[in-house]
Design a protein around this ligand. Structure first.
Ligand SMILES: Cc1cc2nc3c(=O)[nH]c(=O)nc-3n(C[C@H](O)[C@H](O)[C@H](O)COP(=O)(O)O)c2cc1C
Length: 206
């Protein structure tokens, strides 16, 4: 049986909301309660300077000053694409809630202190793996990666240094669209566009 995820009391919710960040944080909180794992997982689309697109999942770790932040290896495919073309998009899909949020804008690097703080908040295992990984480049064998990780463990018994190419990025939103499933394909869609005067809001046909 198919469930209409929109509660009756919330039917006019999307038409009344005026702050896209308030709504995003509310939906994220609801996703944290509803999704079995990684409610902050998001598809991140980047493109080369000639417009060839690519997409992959990342974890969106925080929302800060209109920016949706994630961490990755700047030498990876996505890192190289962002260096040549900072335009990017994100798409959250919360299956259990039947919701989608699309965000697009320009990506910039977070300050190194921010990357340091997040890097050192992760488990030692994750830190070692980040240090050893030449993300997105060919790997001769799984064994080679495991040897490298072991060597880093011996080399850094105390604090593991953040590799300089492991960075934080912020996608500063220029457009945020919310989509909520409704019965009979009468879905709600509302898009917020950043303008000189603030956020404009438009309802869209489903
Ligand atoms: C749920 C999920 C979360 C992920 N989170 C991250 C992340 O936060 N940072 C990251 O670099 N890769 C993350 N990955 C791996 C990426 O999807 C991707 O394989 C990797 O970053 C290399 O992408 P690229 O070759 O396009 O640069 C995640 C994968 C999944 C499935």
């Amino acid at each position: 049986m198919r469930r209409d995820a929109t509660q009756p009391a919330r039917q006019e919710f999307l038409s009344h909301v005026s702050d896209p960040f308030e709504l995003f944080l509310e939906w994220m909180q609801e996703a944290e309660a509803a999704e079995p794992n990684d409610p902050n997982a998001v598809a991140l689309a980047t493109a080369t300077s000639d417009g060839t697109p690519s997409v992959r999942m990342v974890l969106m770790k925080k929302v800060e000053g209109q920016g949706f932040c994630f961490y990755t290896n700047s030498e990876s495919q996505k890192g190289q694409e962002l260096a040549e073309n900072p335009q990017a998009s994100m798409c959250f899909h919360w299956k259990s809630l039947r919701r989608q949020v699309r965000i697009s804008g320009v990506v910039s690097e977070l300050p190194p202190e921010d990357a340091d703080a997040y890097f050192h908040s992760r488990s030692r295992g994750s830190q070692r793996a980040a240090l050893a990984s030449r993300q997105s480049r060919p790997l001769k064998s799984r064994g080679l990666l495991e040897v490298m990780v072991h060597e880093y463990e011996l080399a850094y018994p105390d604090q593991i240094p953040r590799p300089p190419h492991w960075k934080g990025y912020s996608l500063k939103a220029q457009r945020i669209e919310f989509w909520q499933d409704r019965r009979d394909r009468m879905h709600d869609r509302v898009v917020f566009q950043h303008t000189a005067e603030g956020w404009s809001k438009t309802l869209l046909y489903p």
